[in-house]
Design a protein around this ligand. Structure first.
Ligand code: DC
Length: 233
């Protein structure tokens, strides 16, 4: 384990819990994956869980306003992620399917439904408490899921930069969106993710805020890893 994160934590708390929050396109996923690899901690992409339930609701053709039906589906759904961040929905590998356009379009409205949030937040809390150290990324990790995290990071970037990154990501999938389309989509997601009643995108007061606009991915990873290592040694 790099610089023995486990052993240098205070005696009563041997393993690091790291929360990484921020809006879409701030670079959370790539950064979190690499930070977890370097610190040898488990990684959980909570957005993938919201995407998986969104996919199931789409496949079943559920009206999102019909909360009784949404609950019925939730009660019968099993979402599992393995250490390679492959996502299994009721046993089926949906790692690719949860990144499709229709899921992108509906994941924010689905994740604004309180009963969906409560269920997934409970699952995420359970994963955090069962794990020996974890890096968890999302929107409400420091505020709701792991308020006791040892490190709370909030990654942000300008809307133009976030749109640029998202456009490149979409191009990689053969989806050529215009800059205006991407900016509109991001703004719409920001409004829904920040404005919802139940555990919105939150920057907690004790978060370490990192603006990644002008930073290379490696520099962001180095910064996070160095902060963790300096505090635990
Ligand atoms: O990080 P992402 O783009 O894969 O997240 C997809 C959606 O899931 C995003 O629009 C907001 C939602 N989400 C959430 O509400 N809470 C989280 N902890 C993680 C994601």
């Amino acid at each position: 384990m790099e610089e023995r994160i486990r052993h240098k934590m205070p005696k009563e708390k041997k393993y690091a819990k790291i929360a990484i929050d921020g809006p879409a396109g701030a670079g959370k996923s790539t950064v979190t994956r690499e930070v977890s690899r370097r610190l040898e901690l488990k990684y959980l992409d909570t957005g993938a869980m919201y995407r998986a339930i969104t996919l199931k609701l789409i496949e079943k053709g559920i009206d999102l306003n019909d909360l009784a039906r949404v609950k019925e589906v939730l009660d019968k759904t099993e979402i599992k992620l393995n250490d390679r961040q492959e996502v299994f929905l009721d046993g089926k590998d949906v790692t690719g399917a949860i990144r499709e356009a229709e899921v992108n379009r509906l994941v924010s409205p689905v994740s604004a439904i309180s009963l969906v949030r409560r269920r997934l937040v409970d699952m995420q809390k359970a994963i955090a408490s069962e794990s020996n150290g974890i890096v968890m990324e999302g929107r409400d990790i420091a505020s709701r899921v792991m308020p006791d995290a040892d490190f709370k990071f909030y990654l942000d970037a300008s809307i133009e930069e976030r749109a640029r990154r998202r456009r490149i990501e979409q191009l990689g999938k053969g989806n050529d969106m215009t800059e205006d389309e991407v900016i509109a989509e991001i703004k719409n997601r920001d409004i829904i993710d920040s404005g919802r009643e139940d555990s919105p995108l939150t920057r907690v007061d004790d978060a370490i805020v990192i603006d990644t606009t002008d930073m290379a991915f490696e520099a962001v990873v180095d910064k996070l890893v160095n902060i963790v290592k300096s505090k635990v040694s």
